[in-house]
Design a protein around this ligand. Structure first.
Ligand SMILES: O=C(O)CC1=CCC(=O)O1
Length: 254
């Protein structure tokens, strides 16, 4: 078992936030600030990201789910949590909901996918990072993460710079292994066995995990609901008020 970097804030029902590939727990700053007014917010860095250890060698998203399960066991002391994952965090949520449903009150899968029909772009990205480092793919990634319209504003320009900085500080070998884990996902069958209340959030301008991928997950997961935000891939960064509003409405509706 590895010891992940964890940040805990606020008081109340526990929410665990799981970030995207190449980001770290700071991706959730705006969402955490809003949620922590009435919740215990626990966010963490995935292995090979942020201030968590870099663990040499290949792994699957199931390993990230097991990392999250150990963290919940330790931090929540038997209280089921609301688990919110975006992109790779949403993949972690899909695996966790099947492997350890007893740890979860609800699951939110934002800007994510159950499967990539074509792994060619991932193979190309891995090769580029192996040759030239994470910085070589950073500008393209940030362009997928937030909309051009927001990037043109002072707030969005600052956010883009902070996100780029987060990405280029990610360990290259860890990023490569994470890309391979993401490229290999296939939750299409296991999603039909999720029995935890689930909300799927899609970004209408998300080119990395387009809304059709969210619609597919909703069709697979029994009783799952779909919500949309007018944003690109990192909807929680660009539209934190709307993102938190969707979470609160979902939790209140149960
Ligand atoms: O980095 C990207 O291109 C988008 C992405 C896919 C999975 C993830 O976590 O980020």
């Amino acid at each position: 078992m590895i010891s992940l970097n964890v940040l805990r804030e606020g008081e109340g029902p526990i929410v665990v936030l799981s970030h995207a590939l190449g980001c770290n727990l700071r991706m959730w700053d705006a969402v955490a600030a809003r949620l922590a007014r009435a919740h215990t917010v626990i966010r963490y860095d995935h292995r090979d990201h942020g201030a968590s250890p870099v663990v040499p060698g290949a792994f699957g998203i199931e390993t990230l789910a097991d990392d999250a399960a150990s963290l919940i066991e330790r931090e929540a002391a038997g209280e089921p949590v609301h688990f919110v994952g975006l992109s790779m965090g949403g993949m972690t949520a899909q695996a966790l909901a099947v492997r350890r449903p007893e740890l979860l009150k609800t699951v939110v899968i934002a800007n994510s996918s159950a499967h990539y029909p074509d792994s060619t772009p991932w193979t190309a990205r891995v090769a580029r990072v192996q040759t030239d480092g994470v910085a070589a793919i950073a500008d393209g990634a940030v362009e997928r993460w937030i909309t051009p319209g927001w990037r043109a504003t002072p707030e969005g320009t600052g956010a883009a710079a902070a996100l780029r900085d987060m990405l280029v500080k990610t360990d290259a070998a860890g990023y490569v292994e994470s890309c391979k884990a993401v490229a290999a996902i296939d939750f299409r069958e296991s999603n039909t066995r999720i029995a935890v209340p689930t909300l799927v959030i899609a970004g209408t301008q998300d080119l990395a995990t387009p809304p059709a991928m969210s619609q597919q997950m909703v069709a697979q997961i029994p009783g799952a609901r779909l919500a949309t935000i007018d944003a690109a891939h990192l909807s929680a960064v660009e539209k934190p008020d709307e993102f938190v509003g969707l979470l609160i409405d979902f939790w209140r509706s149960l």
